[in-house]
Design a protein around this ligand. Structure first.
Ligand code: KG4
Ligand code: ZN
Length: 352
C-alpha cells in the first residue's frame, strides 16, 4: 500500500461527536491546515448532541472541510501519502462518516489509512506545538472523559484514574443547563465565573482526600441543583456569576490537586492537560500556580488543539504508519474502546 517517505503528508479526519474536521499535517508535527466545522447551532436547542442529526451534518460537511483543508495547505489529494481517521470512541453513526471517507480516499489513491483513538489524539496533541518528553502524565478532560493516563510513548498508555460518574465537561454542561445559560456550557460558565466570587457559595470537592486518582463530578452538580432550588427565580446576574465561580472553583481544585498528586506518586515531572475543558481559564491559572509551587511542568495545548480537531490525530498516525501498521479496508468504528494497552493499537486483527 504505497511507500512511506520521511516527510509524510497526512490527511486527518475526525467526526466522533459534533465537530467535522479535516487537517493536513506534515511529518506528524507541522500543521498545514486544521479546518473545523462545528455543529453547535444544530444541537443547542436540544441541550445536547442528537446522534442522528450529528451523522447527517457530518455527511454534509465532510467533503467541504476536506477541500478547505487541502486548499489551505496548498496541496492536492495526489500529494497526500496517508490518511488518519478517528476510529473511536464516540457516536458510531458519526464516527463512520470520517472512517468511510478516509478508507475510500486511501483505497482510491493506493495509500495507507490508520485508525486512531480519539483520546490518544487529545493526549498527544501537545506534541504538535512543542516536544514534551515521555513519560508524562496526561489529564484528558472533555465532554465524555476525565481520565489520568501515564503516557510512555505513542501507543503506550496506562490509566491511573478516571471519573466514576460524569465527565468534567458533562458537569460543566449540566450546570450551565440548570442555570439556563445554554449549550455547550463550559465556555459560558468560564466567562461568568470570571465576574463571580468563588467563595460566595462553597460546593463540595468529591473524592479530594481519597487515596486514589479517581474523580466524581455528579455530586458537585447535584449540590449546585439543590442550592439553586432554594433560591427565588429568576436568578440575578450576580447570583449566576457567584454560582458559576463556586462550581468552577470546586471542579478545578479537584482536578488540579488530584492530578499533581498522581504525578508525584508516579514520579512524573511533566503533565499535559488536554480535551475541551483544558480551555478553561480557571483550570489553566490554578495549574500554572500549583505547578510553580511544586516544581512540575504543566503543558496546555492552544485552545484549538484542546477541543475536537483532526490535526491531533497526526502524532499517533505518523508513528503507526512508519511502523507499517495500517488499517484494513474493513476496519470498523468502535463506540467504546479503552485506551490502555492493546486497545489503543490500530491493529488489523481486532475490534472489527
Ligand atoms: O474535547 P471536546 O471538544 O469534545 C469531547 O471529546 O467531548 O470537549 C467538549 C467539552 C464540553 O463539555 C465543553 O463544555 C467543554 O469541553 N469546554 C469547556 C470550556 N470550553 C469547552 N469547559 C470548561 N471551560 C471552558 N472554557
Ligand atoms: Zn474530544
Amino acid at each position: 500500500m504505497g511507500d512511506i517517505r520521511p516527510f509524510m503528508l497526512l490527511l486527518c479526519l475526525e467526526s466522533s461527536c459534533d465537530e467535522t474536521s479535516a487537517a493536513v499535517v506534515r511529518d506528524g508535527r507541522e500543521v498545514l491546515s486544521n479546518v473545523i466545522a462545528s455543529q453547535v447551532d444544530v444541537h443547542a436547542r436540544y441541550g445536547g448532541v442528537v446522534p442522528e442529526l450529528a451523522s447527517r451534518r457530518h455527511l454534509e460537511a465532510i467533503s467541504v472541510v476536506i477541500d478547505e483543508a487541502l486548499e489551505t495547505a496548498r496541496c492536492g489529494l495526489d500529494q497526500i501519502e496517508g490518511v488518519a481517521v478517528t476510529r473511536g470512541p464516540g457516536l458510531v453513526g458519526a464516527l463512520l462518516v470520517a472512517l468511510s471517507v478516509g478508507k475510500a480516499i486511501a483505497f482510491a489513491r493506493g495509500i495507507p489509512a490508520v485508525g486512531v483513538h480519539h483520546i490518544e489524539g487529545h493526549a498527544l496533541a501537545i506534541q504538535l506545538e512543542r516536544p514534551v518528553s515521555y513519560p508524562y502524565l496526561a489529564l484528558v478532560v472533555s465532554g465524555g472523559h476525565t481520565h489520568l493516563y501515564r503516557v510512555d510513548g505513542v501507543g503506550l498508555y496506562r490509566t491511573l484514574g478516571r471519573t466514576l460518574d460524569d465527565a468534567a465537561g458533562e458537569a460543566f454542561d449540566k450546570v450551565a443547563k440548570l442555570l439556563g445559560l445554554g449549550y455547550p456550557g463550559g465556555a459560558l460558565i468560564d466567562r461568568l465565573a470570571a465576574q463571580g466570587d468563588p467563595e460566595a457559595v462553597r460546593f463540595p470537592r468529591p473524592l479530594l482526600n481519597r487515596d486514589n486518582f479517581d474523580f466524581s463530578f455528579s455530586g458537585i452538580k447535584t449540590s449546585v441543583l439543590n442550592h439553586v432550588r432554594g433560591l427565588a427565580t429568576p436568578l440575578a446576574e450576580k447570583q449566576l456569576a457567584d454560582i458559576s465561580a463556586g462550581f468552577q472553583a470546586a471542579a478545578v481544585e479537584v482536578l488540579v490537586k488530584k492530578t499533581l498528586r498522581a504525578a508525584h506518586a508516579a514520579g512524573l515531572e511533566e503533565v499535559v492537560v488536554a480535551g475541551g475543558v483544558a480551555c478553561n481559564s480557571g483550570l489553566r491559572r490554578e495549574f500554572a500556580a500549583a505547578a510553580q509551587r511544586e516544581g512540575v511542568r504543566v503543558h496546555f495545548p492552544s485552545p484549538v488543539l484542546c477541543t475536537d480537531n483532526a490535526a491531533m490525530l497526526a502524532v499517533a498516525a505518523e508513528t503507526y504508519l512508519r511502523r507499517g501498521e495500517c488499517a484494513p479496508l474493513d476496519l470498523n468504528a468502535l463506540a467504546v474502546w479503552p485506551l490502555d494497552a492493546a486497545g489503543s493499537r490500530p491493529s488489523t486483527s481486532h475490534g472489527s
